[in-house]
Ligand binder design. Structure first.
Ligand SMILES: [Zn+2]
Length: 258
């Protein structure tokens, strides 16, 4: 990647006030976990391709470019809407694309090295890091009627937010950990068998898992001011999804570059 673009990404990082997807920390955690599970060869090849730009920092690229009108058409690639009781195969696909389509297409383009939906191989890898993370956030496989929880107004320790944002970032930021501390914490004790099991699943399986998990996100009892009890009940899911995303991302990258 050109230096010029890296500078732009860094500026966007400072300026970006909006929160998208897992939020900046969550996406960096996914990149950090993936980094722990990629082979030496994959690491070397990706390092060369991204000119040393880390997977951790790559994770937020797709959110930063939302400020650039040239990439506006990629907005729908961050999520998929599936009603309860339906599967991805059942629904009429969004003509603008969705996160499942985006990941499957990016993997295909990275295999064939023919880039059609993105401008380059570097772009494809950075997009993949981001979208694999997004797909593991349960509310990114959302209900169409509430836009994946975006229109469910709640409070988090008294601060106005919405259910989608609680899952993207409020639950993660509340811990007050850096992405390396987060990554180290969730990556502890994940054994080889678990890694292989998680990596043996498909993109559609990850989506089905999120769809199944999303129901519990709405389980906030009588009060919409979410506090310690909500964190206590759901933090395990947040941790597991971030870890699975990182491990599975590494699985794809090992296949492509290992
Ligand atoms: Zn996103």
């Amino acid at each position: 990647m050109e230096r010029k673009n890296l500078v732009l990404v860094s500026i966007a990082l400072v300026c970006s006030m909006q929160l998208f997807a897992w939020g900046k920390t969550g996406h960096r955690v996914v990149g950090y976990v993936a980094q722990q599970h990629i082979s030496k060869k994959a690491h070397k090849n990706i390092d060369k391709l991204l000119n040393g730009y880390s997977l951790e920092m790559s994770g937020n690229y797709m959110d930063f470019i939302k400020a650039d009108t040239n990439y506006k058409h990629m907005g729908a690639w961050h999520y998929v809407s599936i009603p309860d009781g339906k599967t991805y195969e059942d629904i009429t696909k969004n003509p603008k694309g969705d996160v499942i389509w985006a990941i499957e297409t990016l993997i295909e383009e990275l295999k064939t090295k023919k880039f059609k939906i993105v401008p380059s191989e570097e772009f494809a890898v950075m997009a993949l890091v981001h979208f694999v993370g997004d797909l593991h956030q349960p509310l990114h496989v959302g209900l169409p009627e509430d836009k994946g929880g975006n229109s469910i107004k709640v409070e988090f320790f008294g601060d106005k937010t919405n259910l989608h944002r609680v899952w993207d970032s409020d639950l993660i930021e509340h811990q007050g950990l850096s992405y390396t501390e987060w990554g180290g914490h969730i990556n502890r004790g994940v054994d080889r068998l678990q890694v292989l099991e998680w990596q043996s699943t498909t993109v559609r399986d990850w989506a089905a898992e999120s769809q199944q998990l999303r129901t519990q996100c709405y389980d906030f009892g009588n009060s919409t001011n979410l506090k310690y009890e909500y964190i206590y009940r759901h933090m395990g899911t947040v941790e597991k999804r971030l870890e699975q995303a990182g491990v599975r991302l590494a699985g794809i990258l090992n296949e492509l570059y290992g």
